[in-house]
Write a protein of this length. Sequence first.
Lengths: 133, 133
Amino acid sequence: MGYIQRVESVFEIIAEPNRRAILSLLVSSQQSVGEIERQLRMPQPAVSKHLRVLREAGFVESMVDAQRRLYRLKPGPFQELDAWLARFRRFWSGHIDALDRHLDHMDRQQYGSSTPTKRKTNPKTTRPKPRTR
Amino acid sequence: MGYIQRVESVFEIIAEPNRRAILSLLVSSQQSVGEIERQLRMPQPAVSKHLRVLREAGFVESMVDAQRRLYRLKPGPFQELDAWLARFRRFWSGHIDALDRHLDHMDRQQYGSSTPTKRKTNPKTTRPKPRTR
DNA sequence: GCTTAATATGCCTTGACACGTATATGCTAT
DNA sequence: ATAGCATATACGTGTCAAGGCATATTAAGC
């Protein structure tokens, strides 16, 4: 962990499972490093390192309590995540019409979410020779 | 990119900036690989690889159109992200009372979100000798 | 058949990051 | 001052994934 202030995006921060676990712990109430360490069965340096990343990214803030540090959530990055998600929310929330418009924007053909190794031959679609480039 | 089906979490998927860019592109409408390649100025193999990751994670689905593949969004993973975020939503959305309750759950002391290298001496707090462990 | 366009995949390299361990720093009470 | 607890940091290491490049696959038109 060098001295260079790596500005990681909020997305990279929450990509780490242990960091998400810490955040989930802090939802109930603020916790000290030792409490987090015990509840998550995680070595103490790991907890401190993750907390540092979370703190520098604005997810948490720390408070001095004798020898301990109490950590609690801060809303900023969560709002940022929510703002990003909002752009995609029209695809599922509320009514389905936005999704539907998107769906039959094209004639229904075979859709698959897995690997498209075997392709169906599609003899009916006659298209001009591609010269797009 | 081996044959092993690596089940990455949705969080790891959207941690990649280029993948987020692709998802943002697909918000407006479905796009072919070539269109994404040109708009994002990204080499084609990179686009295909990211699309594969997104497809296997359920973020997008592909549709055959002659030699091209049209990709469009799928709602599932976004709902999953939204569900995770919902647990933290009480910290900022709606009324502030939930946040406030959390705030003055402890007496206000010095809070800082940056590195706590210099600590203030806190002479008033007299505590018993720590014997927790 | 061949050629070209469109997309997918394989291989290799490189860099970032999480982890473990040891150590440093800070605080409190005796 | 000294000891012990709590937390932070430094260092070395391994792993994994993104990027670059070449190549394979598929489709369409000649």
